[in-house]
Write a protein that binds this ligand. Structure first.
Ligand code: PLP
Length: 379
């Protein structure tokens, strides 16, 4: 395979104050989790999403684990969540001894079908996990209404939702605890990183303890509980602060990218494009996803291979929880045809913040070429 240049599926944009703030860490010697940028980043990030408390942690997966543990979810407790999501969501629950109860996806928004939640509530249900996927938010008010009606907790995974709103209210403000990730393909990155946000002082305090080995507050090195080391460094916070300064610009960049791709891929036979707008939100395109329609016989892996041959990085969508080998022994019940379809037919194309106009043009041309090849059945 000879490819002169390759367009990666994601490249972050780090040309703001990142370097300046990082140099301050080096110059002052503050590089650990005790450094001053950590507190500042927690404050700014939680303010951005209208929350009282922010607890920065090592990654988005850790944030979910801490959220689940802080809410006291344990042995046999059921947590309702989408089947079509990243393993982090289910893993946080199963690690705590809880049981994920899965909901199928909406083929239009790719989020869980909130109308199917109520039928899955039992007397063991403890929480509903909202996971906003790919750029459009879950209908949070319906979930919150159910949570009130049945006295359930809400965990909100807003890892892909920095800067997104649902009916004008920031994503990340809907859960008893909400979580973010700052992995490089998120709208705000710190390399690796995550955050738990909440309005509840007691929960915030618990999360801080869970982040740091569960040291007892009164005596260090004495522990009543086990967690892990999920601390976040001053170096990460330095990058995060610089990123956060540009959040609005980043969201606009992503929307412009989405508009460009949609405009130029519209009408391409065999492709379903992401929804640009619903009645409650405008897509922020965490990544730009595409789904093969019923006329296409091959699955997403074939597209990925052909795109790679053309020098274009791409990734498949998530793989459903009910089909995970690791959960093979669990019986989830229900049917999840839409999630299964998205997992087999969905993929995303280069959509990082550093993507240039010329690269987008090339991606569009190559996607069209590959779709043409596939439609003509030469694969
Ligand atoms: C990225 C992501 C996570 C995990 O975040 P990490 O920082 O990679 O651990 C969790 N949930 C969703 C929906 C994500 O997109």
């Amino acid at each position: 395979m000879k490819v002169k240049h390759f367009i990666p599926v994601n490249e972050p944009l780090l040309n703001g104050n990142e370097k300046k703030y990082l140099c301050q860490c080096i110059d002052t010697g503050w590089i650990s989790s005790e450094g001053p940028f950590v507190r500042e980043f927690e404050q700014k990030m939680s303010e951005t999403v209208d929350r009282k408390y922010g607890i920065a942690v090592s990654n988005g997966t850790a944030a979910l684990e801490i959220a689940v543990q802080a809410l006291g979810i344990g042995e046999g407790d059921e947590v309702i969540m989408p089947t079509f999501t990243i393993i982090s969501c289910a893993m946080a629950v199963t690690k705590a001894g809880g049981v994920p109860v899965l909901i199928d996806s909406d083929l239009c928004t790719w989020n869980m079908k909130v109308d199917e939640i109520e039928a899955r509530i039992t007397d063991r249900t403890k929480a509903i996990m909202i996971v906003h996927l790919y750029g459009l938010p879950v209908e949070a008010d319906k979930v919150i209404a159910l949570a009130h009606k049945y006295h359930l907790k809400v965990i909100e995974d807003a890892a892909e939702m920095h800067g997104q709103t649902y009916r004008g209210i920031p994503c990340g403000s809907f859960g008893d605890i909400s979580t973010f990730s700052f992995y490089p393909n998120k709208h705000v990155t710190t390399g690796e990183g995550g955050m738990v946000v909440t309005d509840d002082e007691e929960l915030a305090e618990r999360c801080r303890m869970l982040r740091n080995l569960c040291f007892r507050k009164d005596v260090r090195y004495v522990h009543d509980e086990l967690s892990g080391n999920y601390r976040f460094t001053n170096l990460q916070a330095a990058v995060g602060l610089a990123q956060l300064e540009r959040l609005n610009e980043f969201v606009e960049r992503k929307r412009a990218m989405g508009r460009y791709y949609t405009e130029h891929l519209q009408g391409e036979e065999g492709l379903i494009l992401p929804v640009e707008e619903t009645e409650y939100a405008r897509n922020i395109y965490w990544v730009y996803g595409l789904v093969l329609d019923q006329t296409i016989a091959v699955d997403n892996r074939v597209v990925l291979k052909l795109l790679a041959e053309e020098g274009i990085g791409a990734r498949t969508f998530f793989w459903c929880m009910h089909e995970q080998p690791v959960y093979g022994s669990m019986s989830f019940g229900g049917s999840y045809h839409n999630g299964e379809y998205l997992a087999r037919k969905g993929f995303y194309i280069p959509s990082g913040l550093a993507l240039t106009q010329a690269q987008m043009e090339e991606v569009v041309a190559k996607v069209k070429k590959v779709m043409h090849t596939i439609r003509n059945g030469s694969r």
